[in-house]
Design a protein around this ligand. Structure first.
Ligand SMILES: [Mn+2]
Length: 288
């Protein structure tokens, strides 16, 4: 199909088009924070992320680390049209006047080498960390969070752990002990072991939250925005506002600031009634 390009047409479709956006009104935010998209991996819900990025306009867009997964890209490359779409939508936000900041995390630490160059690509600025002041005057430190890994030994394990892991462990435990009994071995509780692991994981989240909040407090911020552990959260930790944007692999969450300074965690899958079990969209199709 030949597409006739108008020389005066904007590089991307205007926001008013009913493109990816469901619902009548297109929300405008003061700031949007996302992290841990892991673009370049099959795990990235790039279809949901593109859907989200196309649904709003914002003054500030903060990308809080692990946006591209450079660790895996070195091993195997996974990139489809929806990953392209995510990049295009980020650039579109920049071209429409949003202040876009890219803060590298540990999975995209290759960009950390470029920080000293003060790089800006397509209106996207690179920075090691950032400070954001909300409309109601809260000063927030924005940092990915892997800098505090030394206090969180189990953080990497967390991504694989959830309720399902525990349930599965219970089932495996039944069969495991049936075999052990048949062989004359005493009972050994895999579920107890799994429970201990879950407990450790929960403790690890606590330690992470305390470490990040502690850092913000030491530096006289009112709060901290981070990612890294794929666990969205908004709560006070020892008098400091702890905000974790979550991720776009398992939870598909983002943090937004409304024009009055109100902060909100958005659970995109729940909000849009999307299903993780629906087949993944890998190409950009015209809406019916
Ligand atoms: Mn990370």
């Amino acid at each position: 199909m030949v597409r006739h390009m108008n020389a005066f047409s904007p590089p991307f479709s205007p926001p008013q088009q009913p493109d990816e956006c469901a619902g009548p009104a297109r929300p405008t935010y003061r700031a949007v924070f996302i992290s841990d998209c892991h673009l370049g991996t099959r795990g990235c819900r790039s279809d949901f992320l593109a859907h989200f990025l196309g649904s709003f306009s914002t003054e500030h867009l903060y990308m809080v680390g692990d946006i591209v997964d450079g660790w895996r890209l070195r091993k195997s490359w996974y990139w489809d049209e929806m990953h392209d779409e995510v990049v295009k939508l980020v650039l579109r936000h920049a071209s429409q006047g949003a202040r876009v900041l890219y803060i590298p995390g540990n999975h995209d630490e290759m960009f950390r080498d470029w920080l000293s160059l003060g790089l800006e690509i397509g209106g996207v600025k690179l920075a090691a960390e950032a400070e954001h002041t909300t409309a109601d005057g809260k000063r927030l430190l924005i940092i990915h969070g892997d800098q505090f890994d030394s206090v969180v030994r189990y953080a990497k394990f967390l991504a694989f752990l959830g309720d399902w892991a525990y349930t599965t462990a219970l089932n495996i435990n039944r069969w495991f002990n049936a075999v052990r009994r048949a062989l004359g071995y005493p009972y050994w509780s895999l579920s107890q072991w799994a429970k201990r692991q879950v407990k450790e994981a929960v403790k690890a989240i606590d330690r992470f939250e305390e470490a990040l909040a502690g850092e913000a407090r030491r530096r006289h911020f009112d709060g901290v925005v981070c990612g890294h552990i794929h666990h969205a959260e908004m709560r006070m930790v020892d008098g400091v506002l702890y905000l974790n944007t979550g991720d776009w692999v398992e939870s598909c969450t983002a943090l937004v600031e409304h024009h009055d300074g109100r902060l909100e965690l958005i659970d995109w899958v729940a909000l849009q009634r999307l299903s993780f079990f629906a087949p993944r969209r890998v190409s950009v199709s015209e809406p019916a």
